[in-house]
Design a protein around this ligand. Structure first.
Ligand code: SAH
Length: 207
């Protein structure tokens, strides 16, 4: 999987190392284990999906290219949409602290179970509505969302450190969804719209 990612243009050595280290098959149901290393999104229960490895790697690489990640590890990171915990485990390798929020209790519990074996003391799983971010961990060097809404919630921008970067899917004109990179600079916020993506919807409230 890692050599395929490199061939697809992922060049960040730390991202590739993390993707090699965190075994994706540990995060999917037994019936899907033989598909775990294919470049495909997979169901994780409750109608949600774990993204394709290529999209996960691309987003992590974009996060690390932000000003908040000078050379080494990222500082504090907020993840919206823990899902099965796969990306949270990767972030645990790339950042000093990770706060990951999930709105579905069933997946929050599943992620806790999946991550237990990794013993990542720096990954904090939270149950709640990620639309409001997590103010107690702010400001964040980086924010990453695995679910896309109509716009970037204002709380995320407020909780992003100056110099920090946010990477998220968002609806753009014509009903399509695209990857958006938002940088908070001392002069203000800049937004770049990148390629089309297909993420599950960002929903408010918990269930
Ligand atoms: N990064 C995850 C991908 C999970 S899919 C992984 O590696 O498995 C996206 C997740 O976002 C879903 O589990 C969905 O329930 C969650 N989600 C959607 N809206 C949310 C919100 N407002 N707050 C927190 N989680 C949310």
């Amino acid at each position: 999987m890692v050599s395929k990612l490199a061939a697809q243009g992922i060049s960040d050595a730390q991202v590739l190392a993390a993707m090699g280290h965190v075994e994706r098959h540990r995060f999917v149901d037994t019936a899907l284990v033989n598909q775990a290393y294919e470049d495909t999104s997979l169901p994780i229960g409750l109608g949600q999906t774990i993204s394709k490895p290529n999209v996960v790697a691309r987003m992590l690489e974009l996060l690390r290219q932000g000003a908040g990640s000078p050379a080494g590890k990222l500082g504090r990171v907020l993840e919206i949409g823990t899902g099965c915990g796969y990306q949270a485990a990767l972030l645990g390798q790339l950042a000093s602290e990770v706060y990951s929020i999930e709105r579905l209790r069933g997946l929050h519990d599943k992620a806790r179970e999946n991550l237990r074996a990794f013993r990542l003391a720096n990954v904090h799983l939270l149950f709640g509505d990620g639309m409001v971010g997590y103010a107690r961990g702010a400001p964040y060097a980086a924010i990453i969302a695995a679910a896309g809404g109509e716009a970037i919630p204002p709380a995320w921008i407020e909780q992003l450190a100056v110099g920090g970067r946010l990477v998220a899917p968002m609806h753009v004109a014509g009903g399509a969804q695209a990857l958006v990179v938002l940088d908070r600079t001392p002069q203000g916020v800049t937004q770049t719209v990148l390629e089309a993506v297909h993420f599950v919807p960002l929903k408010s409230g918990t269930s």
